[in-house]
Design a protein around this ligand. Structure first.
Ligand code: ZN
Length: 319
């Protein structure tokens, strides 16, 4: 059930060997069969007709000349065509002219649920890659200019006395569903959530920390309880800007909560029936329901659905 989760399953071959060959890469940038996915202010260009899909343009149709500075190789498609994410910069650049009535630049979070399987994985890769390059133009070690290499797989400092390589970051976040052993799960809400919305607790994995330790620490810090029996369930790329959500289950040793109100506005235990009603409300985009879960875009939705199905002995919920 997690295989096709949003922002995953890019079908592209990332071409690790080929991309290290500078001549091959330059030939792909000049190849009339190469395909470019334009992003303007990190919004992908999307064809809306007949169904939403990322727009794939040829170099001749672009408002800028694609180069190693603005075009990052995402991989090769099934036909062997090179596919690049193309950074058109911010809203003030000429890229906006590519928009048409049935072809628009659309916020990634808004359009991702409407894209076919795999397409949102390409979108996540492209958005994270462009964002990382835009924020790493200078060497963190010496301050000199850096340039992309290997089709954007890394950047290299141009100071001959430094030459440091910098690699795109992915930040791990644990997101966990805590069970109390009596058929309830712990959910919380932050002050900025829409009214009535609850989700699984989550937090960044710290340096020098295992996934299991991060789960235990985050639950201890936010909810004031100890957990064990930590199980990895599934993961999801989250391209805002570049996070890997690591979904886990855990079992609480006790149920009396001590909430850190700096992190959470509220957290409490929910029964199976409550969780099932919240899941249905979030899927139906029911704004009237008193409590809701995150939409199917987010891994929290699928973790809760998985928990309900696992414990019900019933047929899986419809997608
Ligand atoms: Zn440097």
């Amino acid at each position: 059930m997690f295989e096709g989760i949003t922002f995953s399953a890019s079908p592209l071959n990332r071409a690790d060997r080929q991309r290290r060959d500078g001549a091959w890469l330059r030939a792909r940038l000049d190849d009339p069969d190469s395909l470019f996915l334009p992003f303007l202010a990190l919004k992908p260009l999307v064809n809306l007709d007949p169904a939403p899909a990322l727009a794939r343009l040829r170099a001749a149709d672009l408002p800028v000349h694609p180069s190693e500075e603005n075009a990052f190789l995402l991989g090769l498609d099934n036909d062997g065509h090179a596919v690049f994410a193309l950074d058109l910069g911010n809203e003030n650049n000429g890229g906006a002219a590519l928009a048409e009535p049935m072809r628009k630049f659309i916020d990634a979070r808004s359009i991702a649920p409407a894209l076919p399987p795999g397409e949102s994985g390409i979108l996540a890769h492209g958005r994270s890659r462009i964002d990382w390059h835009a924020r790493h133009r200078f060497c963190a070690r010496c301050g000199h200019v850096t340039v992309p290499e290997a089709g954007g797989q890394h950047r290299r400092c141009q100071n001959p006395d430094c030459g440091a390589e910098h690699f795109p970051r992915t930040d791990p976040v644990v997101i966990m569903l805590v069970e109390d052993g009596e058929g309830r799960i712990l959910l919380g809400r932050q002050a900025h959530f829409p009214d009535g919305n609850f989700s699984a607790l989550a937090g960044f994995v710290d340096q020098g920390e295992r996934i299991e330790e991060a789960v235990q620490r985050e639950i201890r810090e936010e909810a004031g309880i100890e957990v064990d029996n930590i199980r990895y369930i599934a993961s999801q790329p989250w391209p805002f800007p570049s996070t890997l959500m690591i979904g886990c289950f855990a079992t609480a040793r006790s149920t009396a909560l001590n909430i850190d109100t700096h992190e959470l506005e509220q957290a409490r235990w929910f029964t199976r029936e409550e969780a099932a009603a919240m899941l249905a409300a979030s899927r139906a985009e029911d704004d009237i329901a008193p409590h809701r879960l995150p939409p199917p875009l987010a891994i929290a939705h699928h973790l809760i659905r998985h928990w309900l199905e696992q414990n019900s002995g019933q047929e899986p919920c419809p997608s």
